[in-house]
Design a protein around this ligand. Structure first.
Ligand SMILES: [Zn+2]
Ligand SMILES: [Zn+2]
Length: 347
């Protein structure tokens, strides 16, 4: 089969023929139709410090995908050949305290598809049956391909009650864009999105932001005054990893406000003054992965009841054009980028 492989401890990926994976007794073999490129894949492609410390080449990369069931292991039931599926990319042990308590996203022994074992950028992938998620008919292939990052957005955005609340989203990458649509869908009042990329801000506006601003040009305080917000944001969703954005968020929250952190800051950034958190009585919570499988049910039912995140998908490439996909992601003027693996694509 074809696969995008990190062949050695150096930058780049290569499209190669590799052996087909063989499902174990509890696995599902999936024929991959479409994949999406994630920031994680870019770290691996570039071979930065995180990648060098995490990835063991040779390995097939990629974790955002959808496809159809091509086979099942001897112990697997409940799937039919050709059924449309996606999968949770975090494979958990089922034995540790968090797994047994139903908090599988905190599994001490998590193995990441396309990070710790062969991934989805291939014609075929093998996934444990417990990780496979059947895709409802109403959800098209493109959206089914991005359920993994939509799950990050869903998990973060639904962490706090947003009904009638004023929400600040810092960072209009794909997850911030999709969080904007979710916050609108579930009944937030004012949604303000900040980023420094006008292309991404424009998509956030399409997805329902009341204001999508570059805070270097438009002070947040000015926007809050325009929206008749007198006491600050009720909920903050930090999606940028930029400490400047987090500082501004903390400074713009109502006393007693709630913040969810998804963006991953680099380690060399300015520290937070905890006095700001304490004296404002803020709740700050880190968000990781997706709740298995509550987040998956929530996002699919929202998609079935009118949530439209399709503007987040901005680019499509065929697999032989994969380098263009990575170049588009590096350039930054993009949302989600889809790579089509089908040999008879109707594109
Ligand atoms: Zn991802
Ligand atoms: Zn576990």
């Amino acid at each position: 089969m074809r696969a995008l492989v990190k062949t050695g401890a150096e930058p780049g990926l290569s499209l190669q023929d590799v052996a087909d994976p063989v499902p174990g007794p509890n696995d599902v073999l999936i024929e991959v139709s479409k994949t999406a490129v994630c920031g994680t894949d870019l770290h691996i492609e570039r071979w930065d410090e995180w990648a060098a410390n995490t990835i063991s080449p040779p390995m097939v990369v990629g974790h955002e995908f959808m496809g159809t069931v091509a086979g099942t292991g001897s112990e697997v039931s409940g799937f039919s050949s050709g059924q449309r599926v996606s999968a949770e990319g975090h494979i958990t042990c089922g034995q540790c305290r968090n797994c047994r308590a139903g908090r599988r996203r905190f599994c001490a022994n998590t193995v990441g598809i396309g990070v710790n074992q062969d991934g989805a950028f291939a014609d075929l992938i093998v996934v444990p049956a417990t990780n496979v998620f059947p895709v409802p008919d109403e959800i098209d292939d493109d959206i089914a391909t991005i359920l993994d990052p939509l799950g990050n957005a869903t998990h973060t955005t639904l962490e706090y009650d947003l009904v009638g609340e004023d929400v600040l989203i810092t960072g209009a990458g794909p997850i911030g864009m999709m969080s904007t649509a979710i916050a609108r869908h579930v009944g937030a009042r004012n949604i303000v999105v900040t980023d420094i990329n006008p292309y991404r801000l424009a998509i956030a506006s399409r997805l329902g932001a009341d204001r999508a601003i570059d805070p270097r040009q438009t002070p947040l305080s000015e926007v809050m005054a325009e929206l008749n917000m007198t006491e600050g944001f009720d909920v903050g969703l930090e999606m940028s990893g930029a400490t400047a954005a987090l500082h501004e968020m903390i400074g713009s929250m109502i006393t007693g406000g709630k913040i969810a952190l998804l963006g991953i800051p680099s380690t060399d950034q300015a520290p937070i003054d905890w006095n700001d958190i304490i004296f404002k009585g803020l709740t700050v919570k880190g968000i990781y992965g997706r709740k298995m499988f509550e987040t998956w049910y929530k996002m699919t039912t929202m998609l079935q009841t009118g949530l439209d995140v399709s503007p987040v998908i901005t680019h499509h490439y065929r697999v032989d054009e994969y380098q263009g996909a990575f170049e588009s992601l590096k350039a930054g003027d993009c949302g989600k980028i889809i790579i089509d693996w089908r040999t008879d694509p109707d594109m």
